[in-house]
Design a protein around this ligand. Structure first.
Ligand code: TEU
Ligand code: CA
Length: 547
């Protein structure tokens, strides 16, 4: 196993709009992050993933970029960005940017040119087709609803968009486009950025037949027609050769359709493509036949199997990222823990999981104080395009709207996009103005100020666990073994090397459970309960034993 810094790093994701507003316009910004650099550094993390801060009309909150070289004025200036980078580097913290190159904004000048005429030099930067029988070129659906094609009257052709109509897909078949992207990546890396999180990178190589899918199901279409296209590895190898290999940086790829069987092709060290993946299998596991708002139960045994299989899939020639939420999915404490009776215990149990698994952990901002999902009663308080689209189409279809709201409360992306709760002040201390999205009313009970004063501080627990992980490289390079794969409530695994190591025991339930006998001889070095008992695991108790 090769040793390298990005395997040893502890990542923290910042969704800039919702982190901290510095100037009272209600939008989180770079100077807000600068104000909180000590808060971030104090946690002990050493790698930041910064969500998109590029110029964007914000159809999809920055995932629709109109200029890859500019900082969006609502986030600040290029000088602010450079100052943040320096401040972080001074503290030994690296920063990676979001790289969103499956699509651009329709307001990018490439697209504004491309749509002018069929012979425009930028035409071929995007994907244009003639319609079929008066309709779109094929029956593909877009992620956030509607067809994956939009008719453009000026040239009487359709352009392809897997996300919204304002996110036209880029044509990676075109070498000029690829060269532009590589040049742009070099620009940021030359500035000192430490790598990229690559948005839906699994979708960039298209199947040029553009065949109809026989099944009316978005995920089926994505997995079989959109993801892992024929040239994906050729493109990633080229990108690695032209750009990535020239810098001491890290990359994490994201995207649907990357199964554990295919993972090695993306991140095998010998393959020279990417370093690690945000695998979405767990994130999609509760999606029923009706998609993400059709929520199904996921059992702990399935959760464990998934991590066991992914660990085996990367083996010793590859690397995983370990995360349980991000800006697209529900808060981990609400999804996998108990955010009501056992907030402290389940938040710290999930922290223990993230920080003791094999793979680079990624902590989504707010987890360090145990922030949970939000449930606004009124749809007007929601901002996410996916949620709003789901609501309006359900309304048109005559659905039971109480049930629709209930589903939004469970799965909507705004669950993770409400402002960070800094204090009990108005708007959770996030802004002095009107926030772009309301704070989660839980902020009166759950906020940074209160957490830090508490003798059961979740932030303090994260600090301790991060320190523990950093104190022994066995947590990074040791092997992983699931010791009780079939237990319905307990996750028990071993991290070890040459006969020494740690046993991690996690009670994923509200019940008090008997401790499996074989661990009684080991030394307990950490529990999330101060009054841990010898023979019983309390609800959501986590333990780390050394042997
Ligand atoms: O998301 C990729 C992705 O797979 C989404 O379809 C995800 O499944 C969806 O958000 C679930 O509801 C990335 C970004 O993380 C997301 O914020 C963007 O909206 C999307 O790409 C388009 O750029
Ligand atoms: Ca602001």
């Amino acid at each position: 196993m090769n040793k390298i810094w990005w395997k040893e790093s502890i990542m923290y994701q910042i969704y800039p709009r919702s982190f901290k507003d510095s100037n009272g316009d209600g939008i989180g910004d770079i100077r807000g992050i600068i104000e909180k650099v000590d808060y971030i550094a104090g946690l002990g993390v050493d790698l930041i993933w910064l969500g998109p801060v590029y110029e964007s009309p914000n159809d999809d909150n920055g995932y629709d970029i109109s200029d890859y070289y500019k900082i969006h004025p609502e986030f600040g200036t290029m000088a602010d960005f450079k100052e943040l980078l320096t401040l972080l580097h001074d503290r030994g913290i690296r920063l990676i940017m979001d790289l969103v190159v499956n699509h651009s904004s329709d307001e990018h000048h490439w697209f504004e040119e491309a749509r002018k005429s069929k012979d425009n030099p930028y035409r071929d930067y995007y994907i244009w087709k003639e319609g079929k029988d008066g309709g779109p070129p094929n029956n593909w659906q877009a992620f956030f609803g509607g067809p994956a094609w939009h008719y453009d009257e000026a040239t009487e052709e359709w352009y392809h968009h897997l996300f919204t109509v304002k996110q036209p897909d880029l044509n990676w078949e075109n070498p000029k486009l690829r060269a532009e992207i590589y040049k742009m990546m070099q620009h940021w890396l030359d500035m000192g950025v430490d790598g990229f999180r690559m948005d839906v990178i699994s979708l960039i190589s298209k199947r040029l037949e553009y065949q109809d899918t026989p099944v009316d199901n978005l995920m089926y279409q994505v997995n079989n027609y959109n993801a892992n296209g024929p040239r994906i590895h050729e493109f990633l190898k080229e990108m690695n050769q032209e750009v990535l290999s020239k810098y001491d940086i890290m990359t994490v790829g994201e995207g649907p359709g990357i199964t554990k069987e295919l993972a090695h092709k993306y991140i095998g060290e010998s393959r020279k493509e990417l370093n690690m993946l945000f695998q979405l299998e767990l994130m999609f596991k509760d999606n029923g036949p009706g998609g993400k708002f059709d929520v199904q139960e996921v059992k702990l045994v399935d959760f464990k199997k998934l991590f066991r299989d992914w660990d085996a899939a990367v083996g010793t020639d590859g690397w995983n990222n370990i995360f349980l939420d991000n800006h697209d999915f529900p808060r981990m404490i609400s999804r996998f823990g108990n955010d009501r009776e056992y907030r402290y215990a389940s938040a710290t149990l999930l922290a223990t999981f993230l920080l003791t698994m094999r793979g680079t952990p990624c902590i989504y901002m707010g987890s360090e104080i145990g922030m949970g999902n939000v449930a606004f009663d009124n749809i007007d308080d929601y901002r996410d395009i996916e949620t709003l689209h789901y609501h309006s189409t359900s309304l048109d279809a005559g659905a039971d709207m109480d049930d629709v709201m209930r589903r939004i409360h469970i799965q909507g992306r705004d669950n993770v996009r409400t402002p960070i709760q800094w204090s009990d002040d108005e708007h959770a201390g996030f802004t002095t103005g009107a926030p772009w999205i309301k704070a989660n009313p839980e902020y009166h009970q759950v906020n940074v100020e209160k957490d830090k004063l508490s003798n059961r501080s979740i932030y303090a627990y994260y600090q301790e666990l991060i320190e523990l992980r950093k104190s022994d490289e066995l947590f990074v390079y040791g092997g992983f073994e699931d010791l009780m794969p079939d237990d319905p409530n307990i996750y028990c695994y071993k991290r070890s090397m040459d006969g020494t190591g740690y046993t991690i025991l996690l009670n994923f339930s509200d019940a008090e459970l008997v401790i499996p006998k074989e661990h009684k001889t080991e030394v307990l070095i950490k529990s999330n309960y101060q009054d841990a008992k010898d023979d019983k695991l309390k609800p959501w108790e986590s333990r780390i034993y050394k042997f």
